[in-house]
Structure formats: C-alpha cells, structure tokens
Design a protein around this ligand. Structure first.
Ligand SMILES: Nc1ncnc2c1ncn2[C@@H]1O[C@H](COP(=O)(O)OP(=O)(O)OP(=O)(O)O)[C@@H](O)[C@H]1O
Ligand SMILES: [Mg+2]
Length: 440
C-alpha cells in the first residue's frame, strides 16, 4: 500500500464524469477532490494544497474558463488541465492562453487521461515528488493508534483534508473507527475551535428529524413555543457529522441535498433561509452503491457527499495494528478495573492476530476489557474468550455443499455463544430441539 501522491482537484458539473475521473486517478494513487461547480472548486483551491487542477469548460454559472483565469492569477504555479466537451479547438486555445497547460477532449481513454496528468504534473515548476516510504512505526494521532501502512494512509488523508471545508464521506464496516476519523479531521484542522456536532441520522424519529436538523421558529407547529436552532445552526463555523447516513429517510435525503447545494438552511416555519458555512462529514457502514441501485439512497446526494471519500479498512486487512491497539486498550482499562501493570503474553497477541475480527476495533476493545477482568497479572491464551481462540476456518462457499455450510455455521455460532444452545438456537432462528437434532 502506498501513501497518496499529488492532490488533484477535478471540476465538472457532470457527476458521472467526476466519478470516472476519480476512479481512474485513485487507481493510480492520486488523492482526489471533486467539485461540481466553480464556486465549490474555489473553496477547495483556497484551503488545500492542490497540485493539479482538471476542469471542464462548459458549466452553468461561472464557467471553467473563469476558474482557469482565477487560478492563473492566484496560483500561477498550479498546473491546469482542461477538458473540453465538444471538439471546440477555440475553447481549448483560449484556455491555454489563460494558463492551462494542456487539454483533453471528450471522450478520452484512461490512458490519455493518465498521460496528460503525468505530463502536466511533470511540467509544473514545483514538482513535489512524494516518496512513499513503507512506514511501520506506531503512530498516535488524535486518539487513534496504529502502525499498518493502511493506518498511515488514513492519517495522511486526514492531514490533507482537515483544513478545508470540502464534504467528506467516510465508509467502512461497523467498529472500524469512522467516528474517530471524523473527530480527528475536525480537531486537527483549522476549525477545531468551532463546534463539532455529531448527529446519528438513524436515532432521531423520522417526524422530528427536520426540526432537529434545521430548527424551527416560534409557532411553526403546535408546541413550538419558542424559536429553536437545529444541529446545522449549532454546528455553523465548524463540522456537522452525519453518522449512519444510510439510514436517513427519503424526505431527509432531499433536505440534505438542498442544504449541500444551496449552503443555506431554512428553519421550519421560517420565511427566509440562513447562509451556513460549515464542513459536512457523513459516515456509513451501509453499501451505498447497492442502496443507489435499489433506489433507497439518492444518487445526487451520494455525489454531493462524496467530494472526498475515505475508506476505513476492516481490522482483518491491517492486522499489524492489533498489537498497538491491544496495548492501548490495556492501558486504558486496567486501572478502571482496579488492575495495575497488566501484560499481554506474546502467544495471546499471536492469537489476536489470527482472529478475523468481524466487529473490528470495537470488538478488539471489548475482548481486551473482558480479558482484563479475567486476568491477574498477565493476559495469556487462557484468558482470551473462546470464540477468539477457536475461530472456525474460513468457508469457501464455492466448494462445499449446503449441508456442510449449515454445519460449519452452527458450530461457529455455538463457539461464539460459548456453547450456549438456547442462545445459539435463537440466533439461528430455530428451536432448541431442532438444534439438538442437527447436532447429532
Ligand atoms: N485507530 C484507533 N485507535 C484507537 N481506538 C480506536 C481506533 N479506531 C477505533 N477505535 C475505537 O474503536 C471503537 C469504535 O470506533 P468508532 O465508534 O469510531 O467506529 P465506527 O466505525 O464509527 O463504528 P460504527 O459503524 O459501529 O458506528 C471506539 O471505541 C474507538 O475509540
Ligand atoms: Mg460510528
């Protein structure tokens, strides 16, 4: 795994185009910011170290030519690459006169894109060749601990985005540390003195979500006895963290889309809207791509949120982090449980490293807490929970029968419930008698 290379800002009003560009550039390890309008692009340009600007020319509102001119005046060293919608040589010539280094006319291939990008970056007067050392030392960053290359990559990303207000979408399985990443972005960045407001979109009742998010004015509905600001107003100047965004209802998705587009909110019952200036970070463990396919998540909202995307990898894909995390949790909890100077045996660490961690870092944290309670002065293999010690081998469903899958699954659930048949039967959705028969 490599640390990201240059920061590239891509600007196009066509979301599909942005996606294609992002995918191709990310595959080459560039770090990508997306903007769907010139105004959004200006915001990112001012606050981030952008090292290459790629922009479409034809856009509603301010167009790409104006962006090129602005960038040439204010960031003369920044290489600029122009994408032209139709083979209008005139536009390209004008863009080059305004400071663009090169142009690509649609449609172009991945190869042509990467060639132009490399060429533009190489022509830049500052060419920040970034080495990608394989860092392996333990790093502590805003309460996060890790030493894997994947962890260093996340920290590097946070450093790049923390000082601007570009919207960020954090995706990853449950318990991987998404909220910690969101907090790190806020508290390490330039707006740390302003509020960080976390909103769990799944926890607020549907009928209250709008008034909670956007506030209401006195008399907006029966019971609205006073004017009350919502989360968005409270977070103004800082960061609003929209957690579990995949659980937001259709109505809320529409409202959020409007806020992201207009950068203003309207309190329930108010005549006017208020301008807001904040950073939106959304997080989810849902597969939003799948939700877009089946129509439960709006595509336009996804693209608005996904200006910068951060994927937090599961713990099983960065097992190098396990020892430092285990020791951190040990330090954190031992005094809480009245133990002092507990140790973890190397053998126990080995076992922790072999386990698959479906619940990710949260599960590791729980396992360490539990083991602390079970231990006197050392956490050894004996003190680890049985499901961690007796992990079932990975099933390759391509090669075994349904009957075999059933057997393996039953044994796995039994191991995880520590052979508690009542609990296992409940999880498996069968009664105890059926379970007993199957076990024979
Ligand atoms: N790198 C890390 N170093 C130390 N602790 C961590 C790290 N990452 C996560 N944790 C801890 O793991 C737990 C889960 O993290 P967090 O709540 O951020 O996960 P999440 O991805 O938001 O999970 P969910 O999807 O279930 O909401 C927290 O107690 C957090 O403090
Ligand atoms: Mg969370």
């Amino acid at each position: 795994m490599q640390v990201y290379k240059e920061n590239i800002l891509i600007v196009d009003d066509d979301f599909d185009m942005l996606e294609v560009l992002q995918r191709n550039l990310k595959a080459e390890n560039y770090h990508v910011y997306k903007a769907s309008s010139v105004l959004e692009a200006l915001d990112i340009l001012k606050n981030s170290k952008i090292e290459l600007l790629i922009t479409d020319l034809q856009m509603p509102g301010l167009n790409g030519m104006e962006l090129i001119k602005y960038a040439s005046d204010n960031f003369p060293d920044l290489p600029k690459l122009v994408i032209t919608g139709f083979p209008s040589v005139d536009g390209a010539v004008e863009a080059i006169q305004a400071g663009a280094l090169d142009y690509l006319s649609k449609p172009f291939t991945r190869k042509e894109l990467l060639k132009s990008v490399k060429k533009s970056l190489a022509k830049a007067t500052f060419s920040p060749k970034k080495e990608s050392p394989t860092q392996t030392e333990t790093k502590v960053y805003a309460g996060m601990v890790g030493q894997s290359p994947a962890f260093h990559k996340i920290v590097d990303l946070i450093d790049r985005v923390k000082n601007n207000r570009a919207t960020i979408l954090i995706q990853g399985e449950s318990g991987t540390g998404k909220e910690l990443v969101a907090r790190a972005i806020h508290y390490k960045g330039s707006y740390a003195a302003n509020p960080f407001i976390a909103v769990n979109c799944g926890a607020i009742p549907e009928n209250l979500l709008e008034s909670e998010l956007f506030g209401y004015v006195k008399g907006a509905f029966t019971g609205a006895n006073e004017t009350r600001p919502g989360y968005f107003q409270a977070a103004n100047g800082g960061t609003i963290f929209l957690d579990e965004i995949g659980t937001a209802s259709q109505a809320v998705q529409v409202s959020l889309l409007r806020v992201l587009q207009e950068k203003e909110v309207r309190m329930l019952g108010a005549r006017n809207t208020d301008k807001i200036n904040l950073r939106v970070i959304a997080a989810t463990n849902n597969d939003l791509q799948e939700m877009m396919r089946n129509g439960s998540f709006r595509e336009d909202l996804f693209y608005r949120l996904n200006v910068v995307d951060i994927q937090v990898p599961p713990l099983r894909d960065r097992k190098e982090d396990i020892p430092s995390l285990a020791h951190t949790f040990l330090k954190k909890y031992q005094s809480e449980y009245g133990k002092k100077e507990l140790k973890i045996s190397p053998k126990a660490i080995e076992i922790l490293k072999k386990y698959n961690w479906p619940g990710n870092i949260r599960e590791l944290e729980n396992v360490i807490q539990r083991s602390i309670i079970m231990s006197e002065d050392i956490i050894d293999v004996a003190q680890l929970p049985s499901w961690v010690k007796h992990q079932m081998p990975e099933i390759d469903p391509g090669l075994i029968s349904l009957k075999e899958i059933e057997k393996q699954h039953i044994l796995k659930v039994l191991a995880m419930t520590e052979q508690n048949k009542t609990k296992a039967a409940e999880i498996l959705g069968i009664d105890r008698k059926t379970l007993r028969e199957k076990l024979k």
